[in-house]
Design a protein around this ligand. Structure first.
Ligand code: BGC
Length: 751
C-alpha cells in the first residue's frame, strides 16, 4: 500500500478484504451457496446460459411463446410480469415442466410504493427519517410480493448535483451520508428481517455507478468522476446498501471515465467484488450490455457480452447477447466456464436465499393487504415529514380550519396521477387523494373556491387568470398548488431550464397582487428555481410528488395538525446556470463573500477592473445558492445552545463526542432535524468547505430541551486522497445546526 510520505501520522483506514466479506453478511459455506453449487453440478451449458437471461414478456409473440421459453429453461428471470394467477402459472411451468425445475425470479421497478404510493425518493430523503422510510419500503414489499414480485430494482442510489437530470427524483439527493442512511433503510425495508418470508423482496442497488453525473443532466450521458469523488461520495450509498445485505446490484448505462459502467472492471470487479467482498448478483440495466456497442466500447453484441462477463455482470436484462453468444465465446476461449459458473452461482444463490426453491408460489390471500388503511396512514405520515417549508412570512401558516373561505388554484391542485410522481408503474390515480379533495373534505365544499387557473403546468394560456383572480378576491386566503406533472421528471425526462413551466409564475404574481394571504405549494420531481415565487408567496411548502396521500398530508400541515419538518436533501439553485452548487463544494483560491462580490446591477457604467472583485461567483446569481442544503422551517422555533466537545484534541485512532442542546422556544410541539457538519481545514488534497457527518430527527415539545449527542470517529473523517483512504492529522471545524449554513461552531485537532 502506498502512503504519501508527507503525512507521517496518517491513519490508513483501508478495510481488509476479510472484514469486507463479513460485512456483506454472506458466507461461502452457507446453505444457499451449497445448494446453488449442487444445482450447478447438474446443469448443462444451455441451462446455465438460460439462468443468465432476464426477459421482458413484451418481446414474445404471445403468452404461449413465453411459456415455452420458460419450459425450455431459456431464462432465469422475467421482469414486468405480475399478478397472482399469472405468476403462479409461470412458476408452475418453470418448476414442474422445465428440465431442472429452477424457479424464476420475477423483477419489477417498485421504486416508491407498489399500489400505496409514497413520496418520490427525493421527497422521502427530505424527511431525514430512515425509520419511516424503512417502513415505507416494507409496505411496498408486502404489496408487491402479493403479486408475485420477488425482486425490486430499488433502491436507486445515484448521488447527483444536477436538478436538470430527470432522475434526480428517484434518488436521495446530493449528500453521501444522508443517502447512505436512506440506502440502509430502504434495503432493510425491502428485504425485511427474514429473506425467506413471503413478503421479502431482493433489493437491487442501482445504478452502479456514476449515472447521476450525466453531462448537463442529459440522461444517459457521459460521466467523468475523479477517484476521490467516486470513492468519497458516489460509491458511499452503494457501500451502505451492500453492507446492509442488498442481494443485487444493477450496472448503469453511463460511460464512466471512458469505460461503460456495465463493462467496468474497476468498479464492478476491483471495488465491488474484491474490495467490498460483495457476494450477491449483478444485473445489467435494460440493454446496457449491448449499448456498449453504441458507446463505441464493443465492436458488436458478442464483444459486448465478453466485456460484461469479464466485468462480472451475472445477468443480462432484456437484450440477448449472452444467450446468443456465450456458447461460441466459450468455444473460442474468450471467456471461461468458471466465469459462467460464478455468474450462475450468484443468481441461484439469490433464488435459494429468497426461499424460491422451497416455495415459488404466491398465496392469493396476501393481496388483501393492498391499500390497507394502515399503509395509507403511513403514506400520509411520510408525505407530511417529506414536505419542506421554505418560507412563512407573518405566520401565514398554519391556517385556521375556521377560515371563512379559501381559493384553491393551480394545475396540480387536482391532478391525481401527477402527484404520484415518476417511476410509478402500479400506483393508480384513482386511489390518490388530491389537495383539492382533502381541502374540501376538511373545510366543506362551500368554503372552497376552486379554479385551476392553468389546465396543466406547461399551459401558457391566460384564459382562466381572471376567474382565478376573482376566486382569490372573494376568498380569505389562497392556496396555489403548482409545479410539474410526473412526466417532466424521471428517466429520459431531463430539462434544460428548471423554472416553473408554463405561465405559473405569472399566475402566482397575479394572485399575489390581490393582497390576500398566498400559500404556494410546489409539487415537483426536482428542485426548481423558485426565487420569484418565494418572493411572491407569503408561505411556500415544497411537497415534491407526495404520493397517494399527498392531499391529506398537505392539509395536515396547512391547517396545523402538525408542523412541517422536512429539510432539503439538495441545495436549491437560483437558476440552471448555477448548476452545480452543493454544500460540500471546495473553497477555491478566490472564495467570494458578502464583501467581495459585485452584483450585476451594481457594475458601474464605466467600470474599472477592480470593481468586479475577482472572486468566484456569477455576476447575476451572486455567490450563494437560493437555499442551502439541509434548510427547512417549522411552525415553532428551535434555539441551539451549549455546543461542547468531549475533548479539543482527538487521538489519531480515537473519537470525540460533540453535544448541544436544542430548545423548542415556540408554541407548537414539533420535530427538528439537527445536523452535524465538519470541515477539515487542510488536506493532502483540498477538502470541502463543509461535510455532513451526522443528523438526528428529534421530537421536542413546547418549552422542552433535547440534548443531542454525536460521536465522531476518526474513520468518519477519512477520505481518499488519490492513493489511499486515510484520516489526516490537523485542524477541524465542527458545527451543530439546523442546516448547512447556520449552526454553533467549535473546532478540534487530530494529533
Ligand atoms: C432503468 C432502470 C430500471 C430498468 C427496468 C431501465 O430503463 O434505467 O432503472 O430498473 O429500466 O425497468
Amino acid at each position: 500500500m502506498f502512503i504519501r510520505k508527507n503525512i507521517p501520522l496518517a491513519i490508513v483506514v483501508m478495510v481488509s478484504l476479510v472484514l469486507a466479506s463479513c460485512l456483506t453478511g454472506h458466507h461461502d459455506n452457507d446453505e444457499a451457496v451449497t445448494r446453488a453449487n449442487q444445482m450447478l453440478a447438474r446443469m448443462t451449458l444451455e441451462d446455465k446460459i438460460g439462468q443468465m437471461s432476464q426477459l421482458d414478456p413484451g418481446f414474445f409473440d404471445g403468452e404461449e411463446q413465453l411459456k415455452q421459453a420458460v419450459r425450455d429453461g431459456r431464462c432465469g428471470s422475467l421482469l414486468n410480469y405480475w399478478g397472482v394467477e399469472k405468476v403462479n402459472e409461470i412458476q408452475r411451468i418453470a418448476v414442474t415442466e422445465s428440465r431442472l425445475g429452477i424457479p424464476l425470479i420475477i423483477g419489477r421497478d417498485v421504486i416508491h410504493g407498489y399500489r400505496t404510493i409514497f413520496p418520490i425518493p427525493l421527497g422521502m430523503a427530505a424527511s431525514w427519517n430512515p425509520g419511516i422510510v424503512k417502513e415505507a419500503f416494507r409496505i411496498s414489499s408486502v404489496e408487491a410480493s402479493s403479486q408475485g414480485i420477488k425482486w425490486t430494482f430499488a433502491p436507486m442510489l445515484d448521488i447527483t448535483w444536477d436538478p436538470r437530470w430527470g432522475r434526480i427524483a428517484e434518488g436521495c439527493g446530493e449528500d453521501p451520508v444522508l443517502a447512505s442512511a436512506m440506502a440502509r433503510a430502504m434495503v432493510e425495508g425491502i428485504q425485511g428481517d427474514d429473506l425467506t418470508d413471503p413478503t421479502a423482496l431482493a433489493a437491487c442497488a442501482k445504478h452502479y455507478v456514476g449515472y447521476g453525473f450525466a453531462e448537463a443532466g442529459r440522461d444517459y450521458n457521459t460521466t467523468y468522476i475523479s477517484e476521490p469523488l467516486l470513492r468519497d461520495v458516489v460509491l458511499k450509498p452503494f457501500k451502505a446498501a451492500t453492507d446492509a445485505g442488498a442481494l443485487s446490484i444493477m450496472s448503469a448505462f453511463n460511460d464512466l471515465n471512458g469505460v461503460p459502467a456495465t463493462g467496468n472492471e474497476f468498479t464492478l470487479k476491483q471495488i465491488l467484488r474484491d474490495e467490498w467482498g460483495f457476494k450477491g448478483m449483478v444485473v445489467s440495466d435494460w440493454a446496457s450490455v449491448t449499448e456498449m456497442v453504441l458507446h463505441g466500447y464493443a465492436t458488436d453484441d458478442k464483444d459486448a457480452a465478453v466485456k460484461a462477463i469479464n466485468a462480472g455482470v451475472d445477468m443480462e436484462m432484456s437484450s440477448t447477447s449472452y444467450f446468443d453468444n456465450v456458447k461460441q465465446l466459450l468455444e473460442e476461449k474468450k471467456i471461461t466456464e468458471a466465469q459462467i459458473d460464478d455468474a450462475v452461482r450468484n443468481i441461484l444463490t439469490v433464488k435459494y436465499r429468497l426461499g424460491l426453491f422451497d416455495n415459488p408460489y404466491v398465496n392469493p390471500e396476501a393481496q388483501k393487504k393492498i391499500l390497507d388503511p394502515a399503509f395509507l396512514d403511513h403514506a400520509r405520515k411520510v408525505a407530511r415529514q417529506s414536505t419542506v417549508m421554505l418560507k412563512n412570512e407573518g405566520n401565514a401558516l398554519p391556517m385556521s380550519e375556521n377560515i371563512g373561505s379559501v381559493a384553491v388554484i393551480g394545475p396540480l391542485a387536482d391532478a391525481p396521477r401527477d402527484q404520484l410522481g415518476t417511476w410509478c408503474f402500479d400506483g393508480q390515480g384513482e386511489n390518490s387523494v388530491t389537495p383539492l379533495r382533502a381541502v374540501r373534505e376538511l373545510l366543506g365544499e362551500r368554503k372552497v373556491n376552486y379554479v385551476a387557473g392553468l389546465s396543466y403546468s406547461r399551459d401558457k394560456s391566460p384564459d382562466q387568470f381572471n376567474a382565478a383572480v376573482a376566486a382569490a378576491r372573494r376568498s380569505d386566503a389562497i392556496l396555489f398548488f403548482g409545479g410539474e406533472e410526473w412526466i417532466l421528471s424521471g428517466e429520459g425526462q431531463s430539462r434544460g431550464e428548471i423554472d416553473l413551466p408554463g405561465s405559473q409564475s405569472a399566475l402566482i404574481e397575479a394572485l399575489a397582487a390581490t393582497g390576500k394571504p398566498l400559500v404556494v405549494v410546489i409539487m415537483a420531481g426536482r428542485p426548481l428555481a423558485i426565487g420569484d415565487e418565494l418572493q411572491d408567496a407569503d408561505a411556500l411548502l415544497y411537497a415534491w410528488h407526495g404520493g397517494t396521500m399527498a392531499g391529506p398530508a398537505l392539509t395536515d400541515l396547512i391547517f396545523g395538525k402538525e408542523s412541517p419538518s422536512g429539510k432539503l436533501p439538495v441545495t436549491f439553485v437560483k437558476g440552471a446556470g448555477q448548476i452545480p452548487f452543493y454544500h460540500y463544494r471546495k473553497n477555491t483560491g478566490r472564495p467570494a463573500s458578502e464583501k467581495t462580490w459585485t452584483p450585476i446591477e451594481k457594475i458601474p457604467v464605466n467600470p474599472t477592473q477592480n470593481s468586479l472583485g475577482y472572486r468566484s461567483f456569477h455576476l447575476d446569481y451572486g455567490y450563494t445558492p437560493l437555499l442551502p442544503f439541509g434548510y427547512g422551517l417549522s411552525y415553532t422555533t428551535f434555539d441551539y445552545s451549549d455546543l461542547k466537545l468531549s475533548s479539543q484534541v482527538m487521538d489519531a485512532s480515537g473519537s470525540i463526542t460533540v453535544t448541544a442542546r436544542v430548545t423548542n422556544s415556540g408554541n407548537m410541539d414539533a420535530d427538528e432535524i439537527v445536523q452535524l457538519y465538519i470541515r477539515d481545514r487542510v488536506g493532502s488534497i483540498t477538502r470541502p468547505v463543509k461535510e455532513l457527518k451526522g443528523f438526528r430527527r428529534l421530537h421536542i415539545k413546547i418549552g422542552e430541551t433535547a440534548d443531542v449527542e454525536f460521536v465522531i470517529n476518526s474513520a468518519d473523517l477519512a477520505f481518499f486522497n488519490g492513493a489511499v483512504t486515510l484520516t489526516e492529522p490537523g485542524e477541524f471545524d465542527v458545527w451543530i445546526g439546523p442546516n448547512s449554513d447556520e449552526g454553533l461552531h467549535s473546532d478540534f485537532i487530530i494529533e
